[in-house]
Design a protein. Sequence first.
Length: 423
Amino acid sequence: MPLPASLRHRDFRLLVTGTATSALGNAITPVALAFAVLDLGGSATELGLVVAAFALAEVVTTLFGGVLGDRLPRKLMMEGSAAASAVTQLVMAVTLIGGWATIPLLGVVGALNGCVAALSQPSSRAMTRLTVPPDHLGSAVSVRALLQTSAATVGFVAGGLLVATVGSGWAIGVDAATYAVAALCYSRLRVEQATPEGERGSIVADLREGAREVLAHQWLWLLIGQALVYHLFYGGASGVLGPIVIGDEFGRSAWGLAMGTLMAGFVVGGLVCLRWRPRRSLYVGTVLLSLTALFPLAMALSDHLWVVMLGAFLHGFGLQVFDVFWDLAIQQNVDPDKLARVYSFDMVGSFVARPLGLALTGPIALAVGMQRWLVVVGVVMGASALLALRSAEVRGLTVRPAVPSDSAQLPHLPSEPPAPVSR
């Protein structure tokens, strides 16, 4: 297979090297943090609260990060956030290795890490468009997703192995090192970002402008709402119940293997998207999104590890195909000057309910039974994806065909919003 066109561009190579390296470390930390809390004597409820602290801090900070990403150089946002995240993860690793960690301390440091990481996330997602010409955007979205999930696949498996061999502290230390590498990559980016002309309004005014852009597209706000439901239910199933149910049934390393298998599904989905881009890609992606229900259902209903692995794989495959087509739809249909803010609304709308789900999963599962609650989670996830297909915009949005450029140089960003896509 020839080298994807997007990888011919130096800035895109640096961008995906940084994001893939971070993804490797970030996949190790959830596995390590879960068992760190359990090793300190924490319950399912306490584990949920620690993970919720990170998620809540991330949600609160993301909207602010979106405004800054449209006002300030996105390169600066990414570089500073990665450097700060390296420091916070190093602090967490040192406290665990030294034996000074407590569950409240892990919650506080995790919340701080969530804040600094969230500041750059909208800028990171909007950066793709600045590193490749328009005719290579589809390739860039697919390649970036594929490389990040490939790295995360290795990270999840490595997380389970590291926790089992050297402990949670050293595993989180690896995440700190990957953030440092990412900061170095981002510092070498040479991109041109169009700065808004005229006097800027307040942060609140900028947020209102971003919200209007989201509400102007039914497919956008509807699928953000679907993601809210997904993360409300699945966040707790994965972050709280998964390590307990799978760890008790098959051993701790099996949870890392399950996460690795899920990410393998992401990798296969990414490979498929490199070659396959259906005209109504958002519709196809939403149909495949319903496959995510199979992982929690398999955890609840099967005592065979291979069934759980299959459910994890199909979950990852369906979610990856949807994510690539979703990202491309946003890149092609949102005003470039509002892109970071739209991504921030996407992330906040998707994850705003996740801390609540993480905090409540433990008590609810203990009250009704872990397996029974996992069945509820699976049914809700599958049904919410299929219900989104009732929207004519979700079914009818089409991919804009690439128009080859005559120059290898990146064009200036357009000053006008892109023309509406055929529906």
